[in-house]
Write a protein that binds this ligand. Structure first.
Ligand SMILES: *Cc1c(COP(=O)(O)O)cnc(C)c1O
Length: 223
């Protein structure tokens, strides 16, 4: 197995190329997704210079957080059950999967700080994907007006598994346009400046369309 450092060199050079090629000129942050790997491998990623960590299960999240240094930035990227919010919300730096009002209400009730949230959007319309449909996003965000503990920092999506790069670009482009629409509302609680999109198989296409956070597991730390 290659070291995280070796993988990171390769990924960084691809990120660099895609950023340069992108008309949006983003330098995306890398979230290393450690859901498949051990605590030691996560620590190796930290030593390699990665500071943003992503986990999609509560147990794994809390365990990694406990063993990583305090300045690790912890992203919860999985869907969160409403009844589990109280167990984890105050440990989260960024939540990438805000996808319904019921969840927002529970966060509002349980959070002791302002939680930075991405609204998860299902741009492909695939039934197996979580997230709200693009049409629902702006009405949803308007409903959060009086929520003191939620800040909408951006939008997140997972593209379908496909090799079709043109299709992938279209999905990511759609998310960017929607993000710009939300931004133009000028809501103080929803600056919506960020785009969380791109995984091991499609991060280059996501960066070309302006990703500011890519979430990479397999190609960085392995499966
Ligand atoms: C697992 C996961 C990733 C990382 O996937 P890889 O293909 O291993 O890079 C990114 N985002 C979410 C939401 C995930 O669940």
């Amino acid at each position: 197995m290659k070291s995280v450092k070796e993988n990171l060199v390769e990924i960084n050079s691809q990120i660099c190329n895609s950023s340069e090629e992108s008309e949006f000129n983003t330098a995306p942050q890398v979230i290393v997704v450690t859901k498949y790997v051990t605590i030691d491998r996560a620590k190796e990623a930290y030593e390699a210079g990665l500071k943003n960590f992503g986990e999609n299960r509560i147990e794994g999240f809390l365990e990694k957080k406990k063993h990583l240094p305090d300045d690790a930035i912890m992203h919860f990227i999985g869907s969160l059950q409403t009844r589990k919010v109280k167990d984890i919300i105050n440990e989260i730096d960024y939540l990438h999967a805000l996808d319904r009002l019921k969840l927002a209400k529970e966060i509002e009730k349980r959070a002791e700080h302002v939680v930075k949230c991405f609204v998860q959007v299902n741009v492909s319309g695939e039934e197996s994907k979580h997230g709200m449909s693009p049409d629902e996003v702006i009405p949803f965000i308007r409903e959060l007006k009086d929520f003191k503990h939620i800040e909408i920092v951006g939008l997140m999506t997972m593209a379908p598994l496909t090799e079709d790069k043109i299709k992938l670009r279209q999905y990511f482009n759609q998310l960017r346009l929607l993000k710009e629409k939300v931004q133009s509302l000028n809501l103080s609680y929803a600056p919506c400046t960020e785009l969380s999109m791109g995984m091991s198989n499609d991060f280059n296409e996501a960066i070309l369309e302006g990703a500011s956070y890519v979430r990479i597991g397999t190609k960085l730390v392995g499966e």
